[in-house]
Design a protein around this ligand. Structure first.
Ligand SMILES: CC(C)(COP(=O)(O)OP(=O)(O)OC[C@H]1O[C@@H](n2cnc3c(N)ncnc32)[C@H](O)[C@@H]1OP(=O)(O)O)[C@@H](O)C(=O)NCCC(=O)NCCS
Length: 150
């Protein structure tokens, strides 16, 4: 999907993951999620879940590329539930540190909302500036998230 001559967005799903460079996306997210990231093997689990055709799994992997290099990525996981729990979770979104503030994050979130049906949940640390992006894209925070960490 061409955006302009050098910036392209690709959307991969369980039905259409032809041409994905999984390791490049993993390396990109591991590096550019900054302090909001996870271990590489955990990001890998999320990507593999998104591309799984197994019952109740799936989602989408979105990337922005400029001059052939990944400059942004977003991962959605389907929850397999509906109604009482949102259908999708936006797990990761990151834009290359040199490319921030140019609308790439916004475009990735917009494409993600167009790719899946149903509601999208996400969590974000209170001090993360990514909150601005989510709020601009219409996400609201009615709930506090609590976890029993194990
Ligand atoms: C969050 C992130 C993906 C935003 O990507 P981006 O390409 O810079 O965002 P955009 O340029 O599309 O900005 C979208 C909107 O959010 C606002 N915004 C983005 N970052 C902001 C910041 N640090 N402070 C204030 N507003 C900000 C922009 O002003 C813009 O609003 P506008 O359209 O009214 O101008 C990027 O900062 C990033 O990769 N951060 C590190 C990883 C991370 O924290 N990910 C989220 C947790 S998984």
């Amino acid at each position: 999907m061409a955006e302009n001559s050098s910036l392209h967005y690709n959307v991969y799903t369980p039905e259409n993951s032809t041409g994905i460079n999984r390791d490049e996306i993993l390396d990109f997210l591991f590096k550019h999620l900054d302090e909001y990231g996870d271990k590489r093997e955990d990001i890998a689990k999320c990507v593999d879940y998104a591309l799984s055709a197994a019952e109740g799994k799936g989602g989408a992997v979105l990337e922005a590329r400029e001059d052939g290099k990944v400059v942004g990525a977003l991962i959605l996981n389907n929850t397999g539930m509906s109604g009482y729990i949102p259908e999708n979770i936006l797990v990761y979104v990151a834009v290359h540190s040199n490319q921030r503030g140019k609308g790439v994050g916004k475009k990735l979130v917009q494409l993600a909302t167009e790719t899946v049906s149903g509601s999208i949940a996400l969590h974000v640390e209170p001090q993360n500036p990514a909150r601005h992006l989510y709020e601009k894209m219409g996400f609201t925070n009615k709930y506090l998230e609590y976890r029993l960490q194990r």
